[in-house]
Design a protein around this ligand. Structure first.
Ligand SMILES: [Mg+2]
Length: 241
């Protein structure tokens, strides 16, 4: 088979915002934290008001970061900041419990993004498929993969929190390629974050595809050979080329 895109020894995907929606179920999971706060007698507004606060906190951080999700912004971090904004003081046990509520709700509500079967089928024609995902909590990320119905779709799952190396460090891309027995320069990585996915993949010598679920402002001056797809259907078509 000859490919217009050159053909790839392996195709790698990012998870959050690429294969699993960062919109569906996220607000509900944040509201569930509000519900638990109300049950604990710590919050006197509607549960959804806590989700509003989280969105405001994250929005402020994103605005300061060129609308990219910063690598350090884990759930514990926005949880801590959102509680502070609401003047809510919790014990360490309560804080752990609130994080657990969020994790459980988020995993239960995880939903794969439309077009994923076509994108993975098109990738499968090239070779093995790997998942490379930045997430500090490996078990939660695996729960999310299960919850979204994507379990068993990948030949390798590489979670930064389990490996101790994070995108955009080339090491995580190199580790994934090596684990699948391929050379990074023969691979493509598909993700939704300019910094971690695109710049990381390029630094590791992979071809990079940017797929965006949201209409964020496009950053100026992307370096390197980057393919821009609007959705997973576009990714599938490009992979078939
Ligand atoms: Mg992502």
């Amino acid at each position: 088979m000859s490919w217009e895109n050159g053909g790839f020894a392996a195709v790698f995907f990012d998870l959050d915002g690429t294969l699993v929606s960062e919109r569906t179920g996220v607000r509900e999971a944040r509201s569930a934290v509000g519900t638990r706060l109300i049950e604990l007698g710590l919050f006197r507004k509607p549960a959804s008001a806590f989700a509003d606060t989280v969105e405001m906190v994250i929005g402020g951080i994103m605005e300061d970061n060129d609308w990219q999700w910063p690598l350090w912004l884990h759930a514990e971090e926005w949880m801590k900041r959102s509680l502070a904004v609401e003047d809510i003081v919790v014990s360490q046990d309560e804080f752990s419990e609130l994080n657990q509520v969020y994790r459980d709700e988020r995993s239960d509500r995880a939903e794969a993004i439309q077009g994923w079967p076509e994108a993975l089928a098109a990738a499968r024609k090239h070779g093995p498929i790997g998942l490379i995902t930045n997430f500090n909590d490996g078990p939660m990320q695996r729960e999310k993969i299960r919850g979204a119905g994507l379990e068993g779709q990948f030949d390798g799952v590489y979670i930064s929190g389990e490996l101790g190396v994070w995108k955009p460090e080339p090491g995580i891309f190199e580790h994934a390629a090596s684990d699948l027995g391929v050379d990074p320069t023969d691979c493509v990585h598909i993700g939704n974050n300019i910094q971690s996915d695109v710049e990381g993949a390029l630094a590791a010598g992979m071809q990079a595809v940017l797929v965006e679920e949201d209409d964020r402002p496009r950053p100026p001056g992307l370096k390197g050979d980057v393919v821009w797809c609007e959705d997973l259907q576009g990714v599938a078509e490009w992979l078939q080329g």
